[in-house]
Design a protein around this ligand. Structure first.
Ligand code: GDP
Ligand code: MN
Length: 346
């Protein structure tokens, strides 16, 4: 049985909700290993309990290995919505052949010697970062969907989500939504910015005239703020990723440079740069009203505001990015990016 994987629910659903007549063409997206099952169930209960129990958006699960019968049975038991399970093609997961393995091994060893670098020595983490940079949106199970909402194991939604963020994206023509923004570590990405600028200098046609460059750079591209949208939460328009020639060529440029393996380029810095430079900044949305927590970092409303009570929140504002972790938040850079005067492109 799956019952040993279930924790007692920490919140009650008291108010019945209306029946919703409108729905977006959207899905939750979870990449996971079979060993992540307990954490995935935890996350699903969060999402279902705070939002999806009466919205019934489906779930897509992806894995580089076949999912076990247990994983499928236990995850499908948590939701009343449809669940889909897919295996990622090997060439979209493992280190490509053109990567010089000696150089990659040496790089991993060198990075592991630096204190405090997460996943310095891990090849599978690098596979994951490359996958989420260039391949997630090409998976057959996602082809018929327009929006995805990324869900990782062991995340928490600590307030009710009282409206439909997918419909918000649709109604406001948003292409990318985030909750938390943080700077990437220096050691994992020594040449990512210069490699990116090389691409955008050679292909300036892909830079959107009303981009959010200021999020990524304070000096028109000379140096990087290291700011990223924290990608373990993201709601995105798959048509953007699938259809953007700039995004796909930019990914190819990074892929060829090899930094996913010679360094440890993450999908967060890659998405951060791509989203900020390729999109009209008005298509990027900060979901400041979604209370979200992962690995101790959280976004939580001030309990002195009505939103806290109304959302039956159970988060600690004192621990939020706006308070305790403010020095790590890139919110000020995002706000500055949105404040840049627009260019009249009519
Ligand atoms: P962190 O949040 O950056 O510490 O990274 P996680 O360990 O949470 O990994 C990010 C996401 O990728 C999670 O959804 C993981 O379940 C998933 N993931 C990481 N490594 C692997 C892997 O080797 N195989 C599969 N299938 N999923 C992975
Ligand atoms: Mn995680």
């Amino acid at each position: 049985s799956c019952s040993n994987l279930f924790e007692p629910s920490s919140f009650q659903h008291s108010t019945p909700r209306p029946t919703y007549s409108r729905k977006a063409n959207a899905t939750f997206l979870t990449l996971a290993r079979n060993s992540d099952l307990a954490g995935v169930i935890h996350s699903m209960k969060q999402v279902e309990g705070r939002f999806n129990r009466d919205r019934h958006y489906p779930w897509v699960f992806l894995n580089d290995e076949p999912f076990t019968e247990e994983f499928i049975r236990c995850t499908s038991a948590v939701t009343s919505a449809k669940t889909h399970y897919g295996q990622i093609p090997r060439d979209q997961w493992v280190q490509p052949d053109f990567i010089d393995e000696d150089r990659a091994t040496k790089a991993r060893k060198a990075l592991s010697k630096i204190r405090g670098v997460f996943y310095a020595d891990s090849v599978s983490y690098r596979n994951m970062c490359r996958f989420y940079s260039g391949f997630f949106y090409r998976q057959p199970l996602l082809q018929d969907f327009k929006y995805y909402w990324r869900v990782e194991p062991d995340i928490n939604y600590r307030c009710e989500i009282e409206y439909d963020p997918f419909l918000y994206m649709e109604d406001n023509n948003k292409a990318y939504g985030f909750t938390i923004s943080v700077p990437e570590q220096k050691e994992t990405t020594p040449t990512l910015w210069d490699t990116s600028m090389e691409f955008f200098n050679q292909n300036p046609q892909y830079l959107h005239p009303n981009n959010a460059m200021r999020f990524a750079s304070k000096d028109e591209g000379k140096t990087w703020t290291r700011c990223t949208y924290w990608t373990n939460f993201e709601i995105g328009d798959l048509d953007f990723f699938r259809g953007s020639e700039g995004y796909n060529k930019y990914f190819e440029h990074l892929e060829t440079a090899g930094g996913f393996y010679y360094e440890r380029w993450g999908d967060a810095p890659m998405h951060g740069i791509a989203i900020s430079l390729l999109l009209d900044r008005e298509r990027i949305h900060h979901f400041d009203d979604i209370a979200y927590e992962h690995t101790g970092w959280e976004q939580c409303p001030d309990p002195l505001t009505p939103a806290y009570e109304r959302g039956r929140c159970s988060c600690d504002y004192g621990n939020s990015m706006a308070v305790k972790w403010k020095r790590y938040s890139c919110q000020a850079d995002f706000d500055a990016a949105l404040a840049v005067p627009r260019i009249n492109t009519e």
